[in-house]
Design a protein around this ligand. Structure first.
Ligand SMILES: [Zn+2]
Length: 372
């Protein structure tokens, strides 16, 4: 099959670097008692040889995820990011903003309003894309739309989970339906140039293992932060298919190790549950073949997901308060950024002799903090 043209530059030159097989849509959590079997579609990541955009070959799913509860780590990072942008002099007093958000939450509008920046329908002094672009199937069209909303002297802020973090932390299960593109600083800088914008400043945050924020304008001189972050990501191999392809082997290795870890824990008499029915849990559990026989249920703070199940492997999603009081339990945490927060919120887990288990990319028990 010849690949579809690149979602940004329309090139057909490139290669498939990750193939996790047939997967259900991971933004669609069916009711727990639904008889109908979920449809599956191939998940194949393709790296464009011309513009460097990593993208799904096909993504037939419609984004339909119940909006999740925002992790505190996301809220804190937004505060730090807005402060950084303000410190760089890129938030004009009394200015306007258009926001392209994410179905996963994380709006900055409240933080910007606190700084006197009000929402408009455009053209805006600030066009903000906070984890939005990764959900757009046509990257060029999506970027052109954002540029069209930008006032002549405006700034486009684009924040994304970097492919560099996916590679560095073996986050192969970040690659999933509903997220058609995987962005990096060098690819993003090139694509922004292609729609007439220059990246003038870049920030990197630890959220999700590596989150990048770029500020771009119609004219301007990039400062040293842009070259530094670009060099870091190029060195990490974000444009190199041979490097990105390592994810493919890591997917298999880590799925086997998760399954093996759970089987051992179960054989030792542990009861295992999960926390956070995040979309990234779906490919992980499906590739590993982990169903309710190994993981009884998954707690999630979002009531919209209760009474539903993980597509494919059919693990029920339930209210975490009741679930985590049943201890002792091994609780696999699918969103590592939540660790401090859930540990404080559910002290009964460790009090009952249970354990928080992190998985990125290998399972490990999160050791108790020395003080606390
Ligand atoms: Zn391309």
């Amino acid at each position: 099959m010849s690949p579809a043209p690149c979602r940004f530059c329309k090139s057909v030159r490139g290669e498939i670097v990750l193939d996790t097989g047939l997967q259900p849509a991971c933004d669609d959590f069916p009711p727990v008692d639904q008889v109908e079997v979920e449809a599956v579609h191939p998940v194949q990541l393709w790296l464009c040889a011309d513009c460097g955009l990593a993208q799904l070959v096909e993504d037939p799913t419609e984004p339909d995820e119940p909006r999740g509860v925002e992790p505190l780590a996301l809220v804190r990072q937004a505060e730090a990011a807005v402060a950084g942008v303000a410190a760089a002099g890129l938030l004009p007093a009394g200015g306007t903003v258009v926001e392209h958000g994410s179905p996963h939450g994380g709006s900055w509008l409240g933080l910007l309003a606190d700084r006197g920046i009000r929402e408009t329908t455009g053209p805006a002094d600030v066009v903000l894309d906070c984890f939005g672009l990764m959900h757009d199937a046509d990257t060029r069209e999506a970027l052109e739309r954002r540029v069209a909303e930008l006032a002549p002297d405006g700034v486009l802020l684009v924040q994304f989970h970097s492919l560099e973090a996916v590679l560095a932390m073996g986050q192969w299960n970040a690659v999933r339906h509903g997220h058609p593109v995987y962005l990096s600083t060098p690819a993003m800088t090139g694509m922004l140039a292609g729609v007439g914008l220059t990246v003038v400043h870049a920030w990197r945050f630890d959220l999700y293992g590596g989150t990048v924020l770029l500020a771009a304008r119609r004219s301007g001189i990039p400062d040293a932060s842009v070259a530094e972050l670009t060099a870091r990501e190029v060195a990490a191999g974000v444009l190199d298919p041979a490097v990105v392809r390592r994810l493919d082997a890591e997917a298999r290795t880590s799925a086997v190790s998760l399954r093996g870890w759970l089987e051992t824990a179960k054989a030792e008499g542990h009861r295992i549950v999960g926390y956070s029915a995040a979309s990234r849990a779906v490919p992980l559990l499906n590739v590993a073949g982990v169903g309710p026989d190994l993981m009884e249920a998954i707690g999630d703070a979002s009531t919209a997901k209760h009474g539903r199940r993980i597509p494919g492997v059919r693990i029920p999603i339930v209210d975490p308060v009741a679930l985590l009081s049943e201890g002792p339990l091994d609780v696999v945490l699918f969103v590592p950024d939540l660790l401090d927060e859930v540990r404080d919120r559910f002290p009964q887990v460790e009090r009952a002799g249970g354990r928080w288990v992190l998985f990125e990319p290998e399972p490990r028990v999160a050791l108790r903090k020395e003080t606390h």
